[in-house]
Design a protein around this ligand. Structure first.
Ligand SMILES: Nc1ncnc2c1ncn2[C@@H]1O[C@H](COP(=O)(O)OP(=O)(O)OP(=O)(O)O)[C@@H](O)[C@H]1O
Ligand SMILES: [Mg+2]
Length: 280
């Protein structure tokens, strides 16, 4: 995949420096490539540059040096950033940012203003609210919805113009764990069924474990990347680091014998664990 067209997101030596005296390197030489259809989590401590990265990728902020390419298009060459933001990317923030005086349906229609006819807006907003499970809440104002429902409206709004990429900054950050799980289930469903690429900033491991890849940032740099395997592989990885898993991997024959395990079984379980439960 060397052709630049193959990446939904590609950053090259991206830096974003704030201030002139005591300079803060919010992004420090970030090189990132995200393929179509990936669902990627960005983690890292507070102040490590996660929001800055999302803002620069979404053309809400400009890099100090370096490049951002979205679907092969260099953002510094963009003629109209508003069109880019409306059509190519969708945003979901920790606080949904819905307009309080508009209904759920009207909120979803906002990004379509100027890009679709009234009829098309009505059709699409209904379709999207049904997709996020809120077909029966279309006329509700944000204040009449639960936090999780509001965040689902925000997801529907992000999808309004059918963008290939959605940038989400702590979308579950203000939700309880059940609503957070439901939101992530929705994100995964959209990722699967529509092929939408997602970059999701989160502090929550239960959220990031549901993605394909975790990027960890520290001091404006990407310091670590983990690919997430299938649920079976992930469970085996957990098992490998459990008490029993460690005994198997370390060939602790004595204590395994004590719990009645035969040598043959030890060998086959150990082989299985090492083959499928290891970090790649
Ligand atoms: N507009 C700004 N002006 C000056 N410094 C800023 C600005 N925005 C962010 N910073 C600094 O840049 C660094 C990265 O901030 P950023 O908001 O990207 O962190 P973050 O990883 O999203 O943190 P959090 O998890 O707390 O949201 C921080 O040190 C922050 O103080
Ligand atoms: Mg942030």
């Amino acid at each position: 995949m060397s052709d630049k067209q193959d990446w939904v997101i590609e950053t090259k030596n991206l830096t974003r420096i704030y201030g002139d005296g005591d300079q803060i390197r919010a992004l420090d030489d970030v090189n990132l490539r995200i393929a179509p259809g990936e669902l990627v989590a960005v983690m890292g401590p507070s102040g490590s540059g996660k929001s800055t990265l999302l803002n620069v990728i979404g053309a809400l902020d400009v890099p100090t040096t370096g490049q951002v390419l979205i679907n092969g298009q260099d953002l510094s060459d963009l003629k109209d950033k508003d069109v880019f933001r409306a059509k190519t990317v969708g945003f979901v923030f920790q606080l949904h940012n819905l307009l309080p005086t508009l209904t759920a349906r009207e909120n979803v229609e906002v990004p379509m203003a100027g890009y679709a006819s009234a009829k098309e807006k009505a059709r699409r907003s209904k379709e999207l609210l049904e997709l996020v499970g809120l077909g029966d809440r279309m006329k509700h104002l944000p204040g009449q919805l639960s936090g999780g429902q509001r965040q689902r409206v925000a997801v529907a709004r992000a999808l309004a113009n059918n963008p290939r990429l959605i940038l989400a900054d702590e979308p579950t950050g203000s939700l309880d764990s059940t609503s957070g799980q439901e939101l992530m289930a929705l994100v995964r469903e959209i990722n699967h069924t529509q092929g939408t690429t997602f970059l999701v900033v989160t502090h929550d491991l239960t959220v990031s474990k549901q993605t394909n890849r975790i990027i960890v940032m520290q001091d404006g740099r990407i310091t670590r990347e983990d690919r997430i395997g299938s649920p079976l592989e992930e469970d085996l990885k957990m098992w490998r680091y459990s008490g029993l898993g460690k005994k198997l991997v370390n060939e602790d024959v004595e204590s395994l014998k004590q719990i009645g395990m035969t040598k043959k079984r030890m060998r086959s379980l150990r082989k299985f664990l090492l083959e499928f439960g290891s970090d790649r």
